[in-house]
Design a binder for this molecule. Sequence first.
Ligand code: KIV
Ligand code: NA
Length: 280
Amino acid sequence: MATSPVKLFRQAKARGERVVMISLYDAPSAVLAVEAGADVLLVGDSMGNVILGYDDPVPVTMEAMVHHTGAVARGVRASENPDVPVIADLSFGSYATAEQAVENAVRLMRAGANAVKLEGAGPLAVEAAETLVQVGVPVAGHLGYTPQSKNNFERIVQGKTGADATEILAGARRLEAAGCFAVVLEVMPSEVAARITEELSMSTVGIGAGPDCDAQVLVFHDLVGLSLGKPLRFAKRYVEGYNIFSEATAKFVEEARSGAFPAPENGWVMDPEELRSWRE
Ligand code: KIV
Ligand code: NA
């Protein structure tokens, strides 16, 4: 049975141990991430820009979130550590009312999620979070740069002024009061994330928010160098996966065109007896 994400984050914060989360969308990357040691997986709506070819998560539907959550959950279950919990994003517009939030969170939980995440700390988001927690759905929040509402932002880095930082801190307090077990802090000065981490008892999960968060999250395609476009500073590419896969793919194209592939070991031949009689 999956470890409760609530328990996992609470225990790690109490022990002062950092939690490592990876955002990904399919079974093989889930197996890989779990077997590489990730503590918790996120099925992020970043799939919109990362794998679905959109500019942002806005067009990502609940159907897509449910579909990919199922794939990730099946991957985890088939892995070496099948108890790793899965958090799934509620998609853009899917938690505008508390009832909608419950309906959509239930779909994600049925698909294999162990918790959901939603963006913002306005009255509707807080009400949705509170209702979900009452229903029994663990909820993570998401503050700072929140990609679903990117059309409202003038800049990516949030919380650069004292007033903005205070607003993020106040939002985090509201999410904690609503019962959230964690909050993602995206793209803000490290001092702001550090203060939220210190003042709140729920866990903070940083992405572009400095080293003092209780947890860190990166997108799988970013860290293996498979995402397209200019990476933001926090998206450290640990390997240039694009180049590695590109070379391999070009080799296949060349060999398939020249006839060097497939070699005998890539195929099957008929039993010689059978072949003789078949040809007669
Ligand atoms: O969608 C996503 O991948 C996320 C993380 C970057 C936190 O929300
Ligand atoms: Na997201």
